[in-house]
Design a protein around this ligand. Structure first.
Ligand SMILES: Nc1ncnc2c1ncn2[C@@H]1O[C@H](COP(=O)(O)OP(=O)(O)OP(=O)(O)O)[C@@H](O)[C@H]1O
Ligand SMILES: [Mg+2]
Length: 286
């Protein structure tokens, strides 16, 4: 609060009181904090892009050398196990570089875009989820059939679905719980408040929703969870949601989370329908 007061006096000089103004500066302060945060994130994005590109080249060179070394080594060679371990570590490094490139929205070295059906992506991923995940979570799906396609990069959209599922399962914190995956067509009409809330232009979108019955997300975590290297998990790197957000934004979509701490969370991704995609039939569900 900013308070300003001016004393007033009667014609005879007696003190009459104050005329005061009280400004509520909360919105201005929040706006300044948001602007500073966005500037810092932009700097971080530029730095990450540089590091990710350099490391991409270095990891590529390691792969090349390891490949050559392995092809020259007999199966029983004493050093072979070490070289294979170098290969495994380089693969982990490549995964991190891929997430960082996703975060900065750089796909220059990646495949072309194609028409992607989100329902098909979920249907492809769910049966291949590993046993430790399926032991901890019951996975339910509510998928729209004949969903309009989005134009995107299949590998990256898979990364989005997989990371949201993994986070949902981790949020169960070892307890048995439910993870629900939903796809549906969504219209954002011109006069909609929803449009402004999502910051998306009017149009047809496809929604992917991943909800869990897990721990929920504390408010201070909600503010930071999309930041790279922010994690509350013991083994977390904090790159999952940063990459997911980078991918969603580079596909001109939006992501937001709703959560009641202690009562689970829902992540909603909206991606624009490809312009040559057939119209949706929302009555058909799988
Ligand atoms: N479904 C969820 N429920 C509760 N908290 C979540 C959920 N999804 C994300 N979070 C919170 O957001 C943080 C950041 O998530 P993010 O996926 O970026 O990193 P991570 O899962 O910790 O590590 P990584 O994905 O790199 O292995 C998590 O550590 C967790 O605190
Ligand atoms: Mg994660």
């Amino acid at each position: 609060m900013l308070e300003k007061g001016t004393p007033r006096f009667l014609p005879n000089g007696d003190f009459a009181g104050y005329v005061g103004i009280v400004f509520d500066l909360t919105d201005i302060k929040r706006g300044q904090e948001r602007a500073l945060r966005e500037k810092n994130l932009e700097n971080l994005r530029v730095l990450s892009a540089g590091i990710a590109h350099d490391f991409n080249t270095l990891v590529g060179a390691i792969f090349g050398e390891v490949d050559l070394a392995l092809s020259d080594m007999p199966a029983n060679s004493p050093g072979r196990e070490n070289v294979e371990r170098i290969f495994a570590v380089a693969k982990r490094a490549a995964d991190i570089v891929r997430l960082l490139l996703a975060y900065v929205g750089d796909w220059s070295d990646d495949s072309e875009t194609e028409l992607v059906d989100l329902t098909e992506v979920v249907e492809e991923i769910v049966p291949h989820l590993k046993a430790p995940i399926l032991r901890r979570a019951e996975i339910r799906t509510c998928l729209a059939a004949r969903l309009p396609s989005v134009r995107g990069r299949m590998q990256q959209i898979r990364l989005v679905v997989l990371n949201l599922i993994l986070n949902a399962v981790e949020a169960l914190e070892g307890e048995k719980g439910l993870v629900t995956l939903t796809t549906a067509p969504v219209e954002i009409p011109g006069d909609s408040m929803e449009g402004s809330r999502e910051g998306l232009p009017t149009g047809s979108y496809v929604k992917l929703e991943v909800s869990d019955t897990g721990s929920g997300i504390a408010e201070e975590v909600q503010d930071r969870m999309f930041d790279p290297y922010f994690s509350t998990r013991f083994l977390g790197r904090g790159l999952g949601l940063a990459a997911v957000q980078g991918i969603v934004h580079s596909h001109r979509g939006a992501i937001h989370a709703k959560s009641t701490p202690g009562d689970g969370s829902t992540f909603e991704v909206l991606l624009p329908v490809a312009s040559n995609s057939p119209p949706a039939d929302p009555r058909q569900m799988r």
